[in-house]
Structure formats: structure tokens, C-alpha cells
Design a protein around this ligand. Structure first.
Ligand code: SF4
Ligand code: SF4
Length: 581
């Protein structure tokens, strides 16, 4: 994984949208300060240090830094405007010093457009840099920031990079930060228009490159606005970055999407919310979310994997925390994606790389719902056997720790049978039913062992509706109880389903809905590989919790009477029970 290290904010361009323009007077890092941050990368097991700024290539110490990074057995990367890399001997010396990744700015396909955005005559230098870098086996990307100046000229940028077949092009929405914030009205295109022009440029590039090129990508654009190109999304995580550090920060922080929002309305429940970047918060504050088009008809995953990243120690002391007390640090670890697990004296670090779940969803699953589990066996699992996973709970060490609310936490397996206990409560409730019962999705048969004997004894008259994906035509209001058991997240149109369920009930009747939230499982590599290649659920559309169902029921003649919510002390199964008015 990469770490992004900002070396200072001094720059030889003067981009109109520059994020760092307000920090130009901040002193640049000294070599001693920078090398300390390089050492932190090596200690954290990073495989590449990417130098950024400002502009890192204007620093005379650049080769010294690269040599130190290479000496610590890490690769070197650069985020650059490319001006200095127009000098071939600079590129050759850097490549000899393990330069492996370059992310280069090109904001127009002509000198007129590019130079007007960077406010120097840099276009020819940037193209010369591309010529020098191409063909050397580097991971090479061009980033074009999309503004009102270039939004209608993006095919020109495609044309400029087409001669370099190893160069990927990313078209990124301008961020309302620094210059992009100060000149918002001048620079910011409407996101729907930008998405349409970016889509056009990507399709043009694919066609010109021969029909199947993965080189053309987009960034910071809501996925609902680029239909058919969703998988061409690119951000720091798709580029393999784990952490970054600003000039004035003492330690690294995880790369995150905190500058972006997925507004509750309309994004909640959108099937693309996992990988989607949403809107820049500053854009949403000005223009709102009316341009968004949520997607509800695509299946999504109900679980994710944490893969083994590092063995932290085999000699953990009971009252010492490796993050706080033993040098791992508290800030570099992503609260949702990183998982430290202690089992006896062994502490292992896992990481989740799934893009089916957003950072916010992972944090909610791990820290709020507490639905993380671990397969701690060290042997390979046979391909057809799923190992039972132990529930993980946050260590007692974290209680009262001053770092609790900003830390990823330390987790330990607990011996408990929460799934059986929570399911027993559902069974007890079902066992009290009498009268006419409608069981929607009964083909699933999750509770036939309870309902079958009740029907055989004549206590209930049970009618089943097979399949729960679509609302059903059962509006004659003659049931005392309606059940939707472990099927809610498979319903395509949940509001319409709730209307059908409510209309099937007699006044005073009950509607019982049971399902599960998402969960994460930490596995050591052989099991992880098995899970990644295993079949995916093809019928789950959401990972809702009771509050989502209650919110959707607003305005219907249904009152919530009973709820089992999910939390760190429960299994992943929830229940909500309504009464028909
Ligand atoms: S989560 Fe929101 S912004 Fe993203 S694709 Fe869905 S509706 Fe669009
Ligand atoms: S919150 Fe827990 S894991 Fe984090 S520093 Fe404190 S004790 Fe360590």
C-alpha cells in the first residue's frame, strides 16, 4: 500500500483551483522532518512513498529523499505537474532510484486551456514529461481537473494522452477547496453537466483506443450520473493509498472521503452507495442533491472480508495497547477498514479493501453495530467448508481510553451464542400467533419448524406467498398477522411492499419483519481467497436496519410496537413489529 507524503506547498505552477494556495507561506518540510516521515512509512509496512506538495520535483533534495526511500526497500511515487520531468536526465535518475508511480496533471488538451488553468506556460513541459515517462514500465496516470473552463473540451485531453498507450487518464470534478472554493462560481460546473461531458470523453477514448481500454476513468463524480461507466471510478483507494500526511501533521491519517457527502435523501438505500464518492460537501451546500438519481434495482453484498495485513506481535502484554503504548500509533488506522484482533498474546492486523461498502458503512458495521467476526484458524479451509467465525468485541482496554472515539480499537473474540439467543426471541414471538397468518417469502422457509406445528394444530391458518422481491396483490385485509422473515433486504421496492403488507392486515393485526444488517469477517489468507471467489448473493438489495423500515412506514397505517435493534452485544439479526391502525 502507498503513503502520500506532502513535502511542502511551494509550487512552480499557480493553478487557479489549487487546494493549497492558502498554505503557500507554510514552511516546507526540512529533509530531517521528511525522512522521519519516510521512516514511519517503513515501520508501518508501506510499499511505496508518494511525494506530493505543492510540487515535490522543484526541491533540490529530491534525489536524496528517493535514495533513502529506496534504501528502506520501498518504491518511490510522485504527484507532479511534470514541468521538471520534461528534463530527461531527471526522469532517468529517478527511475534508477525506484520511481514506479507518477500522477501527473494535465488540465487541457491544448496550450490555451491548460495554461489558462495553471497560469504558466507549462503545457509543452507536461507533454514532454509524458514522453519521457511513457514506455518505462511505470504506473502512470494523468489527472485532469474538470472545471467550467475545460468541461466542454475534454475530448482534447483524451487526444493528448492517446499517443501514450501506458498512460491512464482520470477526469476529476474540481474540489471546492482553496482556489476551487474562493472561485466557486467561476470554476464549478454543475455536476450533471460535468458527468455527461466526462462520460462522452471516456466513451470517445475507449473508441479511439480500440474499444476495450480501461485507461479512461473518472473521479469525484456520483456514480448515478455516469450510467454504464460506474466501474471506471478512481480515487486514492483505487490507486492503493492507505495513509497520507500534510506538511504540518506529525503522523499519518487514513485517506478518507470526509470532504464528500451522500445526502440521506436521496442516497439512503442506493445500491451504488458503497463505491460511490457522492457529492463534494461544498457543492451540496450550494446546489443541493436534486441532480442525483439513486439506483435501487441492483443486488449488493451483505458481508465483507478483512484480510490479514500484518502480524503485530506474538508477545502482547495484557494491559498494554500496541497502538497507544507500543508505537503502532493511533491516527494512521482507518476506523472501519482496519481491524486489530488480539487472541491471547498474539495481535494481528487485518484490512478490508472492499468497495461494495463505503467508509461510513464499514465504520457503522464495525463500531456502531459491532458486527465483526473472525475465523482465527491458521490452516487452509477446504474449498467447500465454511469455518464458523467467532464474534469480536472491543477490548476492555479501550473502555475509558482517551483515544476511544478516534481510534480504530482493539478487538478480541468472545464466547457467546448471540445468534441463537436473538433467534430464540423471534421464535418465541412467532409461537404466540393465532388466527389468519400471511407468510410472505415463505418459500425461504426459515421458521417452518415453528409455524408448521402451529398450522398442523389449527392454531393458525397459514397462507404462504412464495418469493418476496415484488409487492403482491393481496389487498383484502383479512389477515391477523403478516410475516416477512429474513426477506426484507431482498425486496426491490420496499415502500410499495410495505403498502401491500399493510393492506393485507385487519385493523389491530401485526406485521413482523426480521432481517440482518451487514457484517464483516476477518480471515487469514487461504480462507479469504476462498470467500472472494465464492458465489455472491444475487438477491439482496440493501442492508437495512429497523430505523430504515420505520422511516419508510411513515404515512402508512402502521405503528411500530416492538423493535430488536442490532448492537455490539447482539447478533446481526433485527426485528421490528408493527400494529395496523
Ligand atoms: S449514493 Fe447518492 S450520489 Fe451515489 S450513486 Fe447513489 S444516489 Fe447517486
Ligand atoms: S482505544 Fe483501545 S486500541 Fe485505541 S489506543 Fe485506546 S486502548 Fe488502544
Amino acid at each position: 500500500m502507498k503513503a502520500l507524503l506532502k513535502v511542502g506547498y511551494t509550487c512552480n505552477n499557480n493553478c487557479v483551483f489549487c487546494h493549497s494556495s492558502a498554505h503557500r507561506r507554510h514552511p516546507d518540510l526540512t529533509t530531517a522532518q521528511l525522512l522521519r516521515k519516510v521512516d514511519l512509512c517503513a515501520a508501518a509496512g508501506r510499499t511505496m512513498v508518494v511525494l506530493s506538495g505543492g510540487e515535490p520535483t522543484i526541491r533540490p533534495e529530491l534525489f536524496t529523499w528517493a535514495e533513502r526511500i529506496a534504501a528502506l526497500d520501498m518504491d518511490v511515487g510522485l504527484v507532479t505537474n511534470g514541468v521538471v520531468l520534461a528534463y530527461r536526465e531527471v526522469v532517468e535518475r529517478l527511475v534508477r532510484t525506484r520511481l514506479r508511480y507518477v500522477y501527473l496533471s494535465l488540465h487541457g488538451g491544448t496550450a490555451k486551456v491548460h495554461n489558462s488553468l495553471v497560469r504558466t506556460d507549462a503545457f509543452e513541459h507536461a507533454l514532454a514529461a509524458l514522453a519521457n515517462l511513457s514506455g518505462r514500465g511505470l504506473d502512470l496516470s494523468v489527472n485532469c481537473v474538470v472545471t467550467r473552463t475545460n468541461v466542454d473540451h475534454l475530448r482534447d485531453v483524451v487526444d493528448a494522452v492517446l499517443p501514450f498507450p501506458d498512460v491512464a487518464l482520470k477526469l476529476s470534478m474540481v474540489e471546492p477547496k482553496g482556489g476551487g472554493d474562493r472561485l466557486f462560481d467561476h470554476l464549478m460546473p454543475r455536476v450533471a453537466h460535468a458527468a455527461e461531458r466526462v462520460s462522452d470523453a471516456i466513451r470517445y477514448g475507449i473508441e479511439r483506443a480500440g474499444g476495450s481500454s480501461a485507461r479512461f476513468r473518472h473521479g469525484a463524480i456520483p456514480l448515478c450520473l455516469v450510467p454504464g461507466l460506474e466501474d471506471r471510478f478512481s480515487d486514492l483507494k483505487t490507486h492503493g493509498y492507505a495513509t497520507m500526511v500534510e506538511v504540518g501533521e506529525a503522523d499519518y491519517f487514513p485517506v478518507d472521503d470526509l470532504n464528500k457527502v451522500q445526502p440521506e435523501e436521496p442516497c439512503r438505500g442506493c445500491a451504488l452507495s458503497g463505491p460511490c464518492p457522492g457529492l463534494y460537501a461544498g457543492y451540496h451546500a450550494v446546489h443541493g442533491a436534486a441532480e442525483l438519481r439513486p439506483v435501487h434495482d441492483r443486488p449488493r453484498s451483505g458481508s465483507f472480508e478483512y484480510a490479514l495485513e500484518a502480524l503485530v506481535t506474538t508477545a502482547a502484554e495484557p494491559n498494554r495497547c500496541p497502538l497507544r503504548d507500543d508505537g503502532e500509533g493511533v491516527t494512521p488506522w482507518d476506523r472501519g477498514r482496519t481491524l486489530f484482533v488480539r487472541e491471547g498474546e498474539r495481535i494481528v492486523r487485518f484490512r478490508c479493501t472492499s468497495r461494495d461498502f463505503s467508509d461510513a458503512e464499514l465504520e457503522r458495521t464495525k463500531l456502531t453495530h459491532g458486527q465483526v467476526y473472525a475465523d482465527l484458524s491458521r490452516e487452509s479451509a477446504p474449498q467447500d467448508v465454511a469455518r464458523p467465525a467467532a464474534k469480536l468485541r472491543r477490548s476492555e482496554l479501550c473502555s475509558g481510553c482517551p483515544e476511544h472515539d478516534r481510534c480504530t480499537g482493539l478487538y478480541e473474540p468472545v464466547l457467546e451464542h448471540a445468534p441463537m439467543r436473538d433467534d430464540a426471541r423471534v421464535r418465541e414471538l412467532l409461537a404466540t400467533l393465532t388466527g389468519d397468518v400471511l407468510d410472505v417469502g415463505s418459500g425461504h422457509g426459515a421458521y417452518q419448524d415453528v409455524l408448521g406445528p402451529l398450522a398442523a394444530a389449527g392454531t393458525i391458518r397459514c397462507r404462504g406467498v412464495d418469493g418476496a422481491a415484488e409487492p403482491f396483490a393481496e389487498a383484502d385485509a383479512h389477515f391477523d398477522h403478516v410475516l416477512l422473515l429474513r426477506q426484507w433486504n431482498c425486496v426491490r421496492e420496499p415502500r410499495r411492499m410495505l403498502e401491500s403488507l399493510a393492506s393485507a392486515l385487519r385493523p389491530g393485526g401485526s406485521l413482523t419483519i426480521v432481517d440482518r444488517v451487514a457484517s464483516g469477517v476477518a480471515r487469514e489468507r487461504p480462507q479469504g481467497a476462498r470467500a472472494e471467489t465464492g458465489p455472491r448473493s444475487s438477491e439482496r438489495y440493501r442492508n437495512d436496519e429497523p430505523s430504515d423500515v420505520v422511516r419508510l412506514a411513515r404515512g402508512l397505517p402502521l405503528s411500530a410496537r416492538e423493535r430488536f435493534d442490532v448492537g455490539p452485544g447482539t447478533s446481526d439479526q433485527w426485528l421490528v413489529r408493527f400494529e395496523r391502525a
